[in-house]
Write a protein that binds this ligand. Structure first.
Ligand code: NDP
Ligand code: GDR
Length: 322
């Protein structure tokens, strides 16, 4: 078993929890940066393993990152922390820029000062939202960015500084441009989980309808558990790089809803969905579809879970926890 150490920011989030499990299964000592003095999500991390070491800190607080690096002395750093909800980023644009954008720069700079010999390998959670108003379909590692939200713009900044620290200082810094990935651990504010939770409650007679925004938006949805494997694989390569991580399949929000209602045997699902302008965005991203060929060729990574299986897993989970 290896005794490598990893530091994860955003450890309490969907991906942080799956990545912790993956790294523990590989024998890593896992450390996490955790926000606040009494974060209610701390228990989720502790449920995975009491051996995970948590360091209080915030991506906007450079000194806290430096302290966490010193205390954990990691071989690998995964920067997953972010204001990650695109709709919220419109309401909190400056904060999003500080956390999601500058936060990544804080981590890179803290690593550079802590580890001038470039021993640490760094992963940045880049996003398909950087493509925004898409310039070509499917999107590849070289497709031009055109962000459509403060979140997308902040992620583009973080992506560019990651590439720059690799080129300027020779850091082993990689960016995974991940397309949407979901799971029963997905936050309830995101459309897939909002739908599966509502479908479960409707089928149990606890709720009558679900209010949604843009049903024509389409995404390339995969399973978070598959996607965190790709993060780890990137840091095992001799050379750092950027990779699209996606399934290569496109599905609309409307179709996702239909699949979820199908899973509980409700046919007249359209009468249960209310269109509500409160859930539309000042500028939305209509379609995102990734081309994961480079990840398959170089990393040997390929999405394993079908959308049908993902929807079923989420609905079954929500039926048990309505
Ligand atoms: P989540 O929203 O589930 O988790 C976000 C994490 O960031 C939480 O642990 C949260 O902590 C932490 N965080 C928020 N603000 C700060 C801060 N100021 N300082 C430190 N930590 C903070 O996101 P996911 O797990 O879904 O995504 C992981 C990363 O991947 C994010 O960067 C996201 O933007 C990116 N991404 C996600 C995709 C997806 O489809 N899921 C696709 C592409 C990229 P707290 O518990 O305190 O709230
Ligand atoms: P996204 O995910 O913005 O792609 O960002 P989200 O699930 O929030 O939206 C996907 C699409 O669905 C449309 N939509 C709705 N969205 C929400 N949340 N609620 C609704 O009621 C609703 N109705 C329709 C949205 O307009 C949008 O077009 C996610 C996040 O995880 C980011 O952090 C990540 O970078 C990207 O995926 C890739």
């Amino acid at each position: 078993m290896s005794s490598r150490r990893a530091l994860i920011t955003g450890i309490t989030g969907q991906d942080g929890l799956y990545l912790s499990e993956l790294l523990l299964s590989k024998g890593y000592q896992v450390h996490g940066l955790i926000r606040g003095q009494n974060n209610p999500k701390r228990v989720l991390v502790e449920e995975i393993s009491p051996e995970i070491v948590l360091h209080e800190g915030d991506l906007t607080d450079f000194a806290s990152i430096a302290r966490a690096l010193k205390a954990s002395d990691p071989d690998e750093v995964y920067n997953l922390g972010a204001v990650s909800f695109v709709a919220h980023s419109f309401r909190s644009a400056l904060h999003t820029s500080n956390v999601t954008g500058q936060g990544a720069l804080n981590v890179l700079e803290a690593i550079r000062l802590h580890d001038p010999d470039n021993r640490i390998r760094f992963y940045q959670a880049s996003s398909s939202e950087m493509f925004g108003k898409v310039q070509e379909t499917p999107q590849t590692e070289t497709t031009r960015f055109y962000p459509r939200s403060p979140y997308g713009a902040a992620k583009a900044f973080a992506h560019h500084v990651t590439v720059n620290y690799r080129e300027a200082y020779g850091m082993h810094a990689s960016a995974g441009i991940l397309f949407n990935h979901e799971s029963p651990r997905r936050g309830p504010e995101f459309v897939t989980r909002k739908i599966t939770q509502a479908v479960a409650r409707i089928s149990l007679g606890l709720q009558d309808e679900v209010r949604l925004g843009n049903l024509d938006a389409a995404r390339d949805w995969g399973h978070a558990q598959d996607f965190v494997e790709a993060m780890w694989m990137m840091l095992q390569q001799d050379n750092p790089g950027d990779y699209i991580i996606a399934t290569g399949h496109l599905t609309s929000v409307r179709r996702f809803a239909e699949l979820a209602f199908d899973a509980v045997g409700i046919d007249d699902w359209e009468s249960r969905v209310i269109l509500d302008p409160a859930y539309t965005r000042p500028s939305d991203v209509q379609t995102l579809l990734g081309n994961p060929e480079r990840a398959q060729e170089i990393l040997g990574w390929k999405a394993q879970t079908t959308l049908d299986d993902l929807v079923l897993e989420m609905v079954l989970h929500d039926l048990k926890n309505p």
